[in-house]
Design a binder for this molecule. Structure first.
Ligand code: CP3
Length: 342
């Protein structure tokens, strides 16, 4: 008998009550079992490229909490790494890459991703798939071209994405070529994840909100549209969740143009707007405030109820508005789940 997976039902625009639930960054530092394994693993990218350990980390939150989805444990920055721009993670500071400051620096990148670099990630997907309970969906992911490019240009995370914006303004052709290359690389990477067993995908555009007007269209919408089209041309019917964080009132346009099946909603979005203008077209996911989850208590119960009250009547996946914060108590996650599942 085929088991229907609640997450995949919702991505086909069905309403499930209670809603299925998972959390962005559900595998991570708030879990003692993650911290223990992380301490043994050496470098963060070494963990991402070790199929046995990465599969174990992917499964930890599913085992502990019974989430409705597992998300592949990897990082959006494996793509620049596989293009030859070596990525490292500095403890407590974040990612570091040799920055691409001049247009000519783009010539240092490989013409296509190195499949050998990425093949351990596909092996992780295969191992997780073999272990997952039948009703739990396996989500693959990548960063959106714009967000990945912001790290590649600056060589690190930036508060306002200023280096990437000024690079795009002064070298628009070179920047467009970089995003084209990221569309190619990401499409190949996502198809590899699907072929290994991923059942749906999420595209993380964490910094979409820093783009305005024509720039939003050109650097967020168009590359995402191309990526979605490339994946669906290769693997028709693939369900895709977009996360254009901070895009607010631009999201209906993003949905119409990119063709995503669902949108992950950040905390700050106007929920009534999301219900009327986004959930009327596609499924939505989100948007509990990670700070409220960290705080716990009655305020957490009320926040869960508020999210469900507005979005729970349509196709909806319960999630956070952004990743879980590392100092969130486990008991608060348990309390949230009990409340979501009623
Ligand atoms: O559980 C999951 O959600 C799956 C794994 C996952 C990670 N990163 C693991 C990770 C996913 C989906 C990501 C996506 C990601 N990575 C994004 C987009 C989503 C978002 O949160 O906005 C971005 C921008 C990155 C890049 C990145 N990776 C940064 C800026 C950092 C450092 C900041 C930090 O939190 O330390 C990372 C490191 C990272 N990626 C960690 C984890 C669990 C923490 C590092 C560690 O454990 O040592």
């Amino acid at each position: 008998m085929r088991v229907t997976k609640p997450i995949l039902d919702v991505l086909s625009r069905k309403t499930r009550t209670p809603p299925p639930v998972w959390m962005m960054r559900q595998a991570g530092r708030y879990l003692p079992e993650y911290r223990a394994l992380r301490a043994r693993a050496g470098s963060f990218l070494g963990l991402c490229f070790d199929p046995a350990l990465a599969a174990e980390v992917t499964l930890q939150p599913v085992r502990r909490f019974g989430f409705d989805a597992a998300i592949l444990f990897s990082d959006i920055l494996v793509i620049p790494h596989a293009l030859g721009q070596t990525v490292s993670f500095v403890e407590g500071e974040g990612p570091r890459l040799p920055p691409l400051s001049r247009a000519g620096d783009l010539n240092r990148l490989a013409s296509a991703v190195d499949d050998k670099t990425l093949s351990p990630v596909y092996e992780t997907v295969r191992r997780v798939k073999a272990e997952l309970p039948p009703a739990v969906a396996l989500i693959g992911f990548c960063g959106a071209p714009w967000t990945v490019a912001t790290y590649m240009i600056a060589g690190r995370g930036t508060p306002d994405q200023a280096p990437a914006k000024s690079f795009a303004a002064s070298h628009p052709e070179a920047f467009a070529a970089l995003l084209d290359k990221l569309v190619d690389a990401s499409a190949r990477y996502l198809v590899g994840q699907l072929d290994a067993g991923a059942e749906c995908l999420q595209i993380f555009d964490t910094w979409a909100g820093s783009l305005r007007g024509d720039d939003f269209e050109r650097w967020c919408v168009q590359p995402t549209k191309a990526l979605v089209a490339r994946v669906r041309a290769a693997r028709p019917g693939t369900r895709i969740i977009g996360f254009p964080r901070g895009a607010g009132r631009n999201i209906p346009r993003y949905v119409a143009e990119t063709g995503v099946d669902a949108v992950s909603l950040e905390t700050a979005i106007d929920r009534e707007f999301a219900r009327k203008e986004i959930q009327s077209k596609v499924a939505v996911q989100g948007n509990l405030d990670p700070e409220v989850l960290r705080g716990g208590g009655d305020a957490l119960d009320r926040a869960v109820d508020d999210v469900k009250a507005v979005l729970g009547g349509g196709p909806f996946i319960f999630n956070l508005g952004h990743g879980i914060l590392p100092d969130t108590p486990i008991a608060h996650v348990e309390r949230m789940l009990a409340r979501v599942r009623g």
